[in-house]
Write a protein that binds this ligand. Structure first.
Ligand SMILES: *[C@@H]1O[C@H](CO)[C@@H](O)[C@H](O)[C@H]1NC(C)=O
Length: 446
């Protein structure tokens, strides 16, 4: 440890591992430390012993659950949008070579007490029973607008200005009823609450386009998922960093950050050792004095021995329960994977129900989601703070990431990586697309 590094990274969450991968590739000398004896920090995938160790200290898992090594239980419920930014990170860095993906088999939305499949094409949407008879024409016109919209061609804007007009204004221009607005805003744009209605429409339109184009890519749902669990992703970036000389230390406690006379970070102390560095990147748990809490997420990790009812025995699904359906301010999400993804024993399913905490009884807030699961074999509840840095890090050279939020995908994680990269280097991160076969062959020939 007694060497000097360009950068010390604390915590092996996905955000931190992507950054240490990118900086290592750029030739920076990186030391990466985690206090846990596994990779992934808040977005790790745990085996049974680790899971029981975390939530049921001192007990051991019942034998009926199966073998320890068959399990990779995610701590946060997130999927990858097939056309999302996370895929660009994976292909840009070639970390795809360490991972194998499988499609999530279905995407559902809860309405009037039942769950409905989210239509997989815009045409399917306008013929599905989610839209009433008179609504179909209006929905069709809205989807045509979204699909045909080109920034540079004002004729496709239909008189709307996406940076000025709100989502509510756009919906009302197309005469969309509240039920359709809820579907578009929550099941497709994946907004967690209704604040978006009064904000400029651009973000919502872009999110609906991302959902639709991701859905079009593979057909069943907009999502992909890595075999062996989400923890494979930070590990993939850690391998990349290691190839470029990055050093990894797990199960290593971090006592404090050391600062120079000007208040800039100059080292990390662990026991009697101090590793010297020019800057530190870390997750909020390593810099509790530099973050503030903006809310909490409650999650229930549930082990089932059946598929979620009414999902055609799907091996994996997402279910969105829009807030308006259950008298809440925030949606409740269910993310479910199974042995088909090498994350649990045969004939088992893992479902995570989650939402943003609104009361002092967070567990009860998951009820609407838990009800949809049927019988639950084991359940682990966690309440995690949502923390954000109080400063951009340039003053003391300590750059703190954000907690993993309640969204169902990695888009906000990617935004945080872009944001951190810019703060750290002063330059925007430019991702090249390197995944095309032609490019690969060109690379090999070179
Ligand atoms: C599940 O399917 C049954 C039978 O079709 C139906 O009665 C029930 O309302 C459905 N439940 C949900 C939550 O969709």
């Amino acid at each position: 440890m007694d060497e000097e590094y360009d950068c010390i990274v604390l915590g092996t969450g996905l955000t931190e591992c992507i950054l240490s991968g990118l900086l290592s590739v750029e030739g920076k000398k990186v030391l990466h430390i985690d206090r846990n004896d596994y990779y992934g920090a808040e977005c790790a995938s745990l085996n049974l012993e680790q899971l029981w160790g975390k939530f049921r200290n001192g007990q051991s898992p019942p034998e009926s659950i199966g073998r320890n090594r068959d399990y990779n239980v995610d701590l946060v419920p997130k999927f990858m949008m097939a056309n999302g930014e996370i895929i660009r990170f994976l292909t840009h860095t070639d970390v795809t070579r360490y991972l194998e993906f499988k499609q999530i088999a279905g995407s559902y939305v809860y309405a009037s007490g039942k769950i409905y499949k989210v239509p997989s094409t815009e045409m399917e949407a306008v013929t599905s029973s989610l839209f009433g008879l008179f609504e179909k024409r209006r929905a069709k016109k809205f989807f045509e607008f979204v699909q045909n919209y080109r920034e540079e061609d004002p004729a496709t804007h239909q008189g709307l200005n996406l940076d000025r007009d709100t989502s509510a204004t756009v919906f009302s221009k197309f005469g969309l009823a509240p039920a359709s607005q809820e579907f578009l805003g929550h099941a497709m744009a994946l907004h967690l609450d209704d604040d978006y209605l009064n904000q400029p429409a651009r973000e919502t339109i872009e999110k609906i386009r991302l959902y639709a184009s991701s859905m079009a890519r593979y057909g069943l749902s907009p999502y992909l998922y890595p075999l062996y669990g989400l923890g494979e992703m930070p590990q993939g970036f850690a391998r990349l960093s290691a190839i470029y000389g990055g050093t990894y230390m797990l199960d290593k406690k971090v006592d404090e950050l050391v600062y120079d006379a000007e208040g800039k970070v100059c080292g990390v102390k662990s026991g009697d050792e101090v590793a010297k560095t020019k800057l530190v990147i870390c997750d909020p748990s390593y810099a509790q004095d530099k973050v503030r809490k903006v809310g909490s997420v409650v999650r229930a990790i549930c082990l089932l021995n059946h598929a979620i009812p009414n999902t055609s025995d799907a091996d994996s699904v997402q279910i969105v329960i829009p807030q308006g359906q259950i008298g809440r301010k925030h949606d409740v999400y269910i993310a479910c994977v199974s042995s088909a993804h090498n994350v649990c024993a045969k004939d088992k399913w893992l479902a995570i129900v989650s939402t943003i905490v609104e009361s002092d009884k967070p567990e009860q807030e998951l009820e609407s989601g838990l009800k949809l699961l049927g019988t639950v074999q084991e359940m682990f509840i966690s309440v995690s703070p949502l923390e954000v840095p109080t400063a951009d890090g340039t003053a003391d050279q300590v750059f703190v990431s954000r907690s993993y939020d309640a969204t169902s995908h990695f888009e906000t994680v990617c935004e945080d990586v872009h944001d951190l990269y810019k703060r750290i280097t002063g330059q925007p991160l430019v991702l090249k697309q390197r995944s095309t076969q032609a490019q690969e062959q060109a690379d090999m020939a070179a």
